[in-house]
Design a protein around this ligand. Sequence first.
Ligand SMILES: Nc1ncnc2c1ncn2[C@@H]1O[C@H](COP(=O)(O)OP(=O)(O)O)[C@@H](O)[C@H]1O
Ligand SMILES: [Mg+2]
Length: 249
Amino acid sequence: MSDFSIEANNLSKKFGDLPAVQDLSFKVRTGEIYGLVGPDGAGKTTTIRMLATIMRATSGEAKVAGYDLQRDVEKIRLKIGYVAQVFNLYQDLTVSENLDFFAGIYAISDEERNERKKELLRFSRLDRFLDRRAGLLSGGMQKKLAVSCALMHEPEILLLDEPTIGVDPLSRQELWDILLELNGRGVTLLVSTTYMDEAERFGRLAFIDKGKMIAEGTPAELKQRYAREVDSNSLEAAWRTLAGQGGDA
Ligand SMILES: Nc1ncnc2c1ncn2[C@@H]1O[C@H](COP(=O)(O)OP(=O)(O)O)[C@@H](O)[C@H]1O
Ligand SMILES: [Mg+2]
């Protein structure tokens, strides 16, 4: 296995004249939890969509699971799971049927599917809701189901776009317990968030603003470098220092 699960090199995306992502370069180590942190419109979703092979980059390149993003799309898709910011679930299908559907996409055998379903349902604490329609689950349970679906083909890398948005605080903690357990089993996580408190959980993170990386490091490094306010040693304070520097495109 390579040292890096994701290597983005000057990755850029333009929508017309709008540079949504500009020359983004970062490396996610295998086994790491890496965060993309920034406000709405910063370019987090666009970055994740490009790495998930859903959207083509305008320029730049990337390797995901050691494969070239432009050339090896199919190989990358087998190695990654993607949990979109807006659910990719079927609201009219039950919990069980949603998992079956994803198993079908990846052509997983019936026997293996049943094993993995059992395991995933236990893992996500959804076993009691097998026959409930996805649309009738709480926000937190829907997210857990979306994560479970993304894990059906046992990916090495999980891309999670604002996984805790629309999830109540209690379920947020539970979802993080699940993600941490998954990471403990060796799955590399790339996670985006707008929440600075949540960013404390990341091994390393990139602050993203207006499509550009403005700083990168561990939470402790970023706080030490940039949290200058006397009464606050938080990532929020670090962000305020950096965002206050301008950096307009
Ligand atoms: N499909 C699209 N067409 C045009 N503009 C887009 C599209 N998707 C995103 N954008 C714009 O690109 C910028 C980055 O958006 P996005 O990646 O969704 O940011 P974030 O996920 O950090 O909120 C925003 O200005 C947004 O309006
Ligand atoms: Mg987004």
